[in-house]
Design a protein around this ligand. Structure first.
Ligand code: ZN
Ligand code: ZN
Length: 148
């Protein structure tokens, strides 16, 4: 439709009127395609999306042990409750709480994997570059230093 668009992620302006560079792959980006804080250029974000199966696999790998460990630990922790209460009340109560704690731990593991992976993704190649800033205002041109 728009002849200028090469693929939605970058456009002719990205090369001709770059205002910034991607913090990860160092590709020049125009004002419109400039990634927001905590994001990378379209190409890099596509890489991130491509890695989704790997992250899901890690999460499936780590979530069950987290469930068992946290659930088991809270079960042990609540043993006094189990002993103090009549078994018919204590057992379902402790089992429910242990399952809840285990569930919370596995959800936490999911988030942890996601956060750690994202932090790693954003760190890649980012060391030598200044913190990305959102450039506002009229067409004020900032000359990009040549990186060779
Ligand atoms: Zn562009
Ligand atoms: Zn990039």
């Amino acid at each position: 439709m728009v002849a200028r668009l090469t693929d939605g992620r970058r456009c002719g302006d990205c090369d001709a009127h770059a205002v910034a560079r991607c913090g990860r792959c160092n590709a020049p980006v125009c004002r419109r395609h400039q990634p927001r804080l905590g994001q990378r250029c379209g190409g890099c974000e596509a890489d991130w999306a491509d890695d989704l199966p790997v992250r899901r696999m890690l999460q499936r790998l780590f979530a069950p042990p987290a469930f068992v460990l946290a659930g088991g630990a809270s079960f042990l922790f609540m043993m006094p409750v189990l002993i103090a209460l009549p078994f018919s009340i204590g057992a379902p109560l402790v089992a429910t709480l242990a399952a809840l704690v285990g569930f919370g731990a596995s959800v936490g593991t999911y988030r942890l994997v996601e956060r750690a992976a994202r932090a790693q993704f954003l760190r890649e190649h980012a060391r030598a570059l200044p913190v990305a800033r959102v450039v506002r205002g009229r067409t004020h041109h900032r000359q990009l230093p040549a990186r060779t």
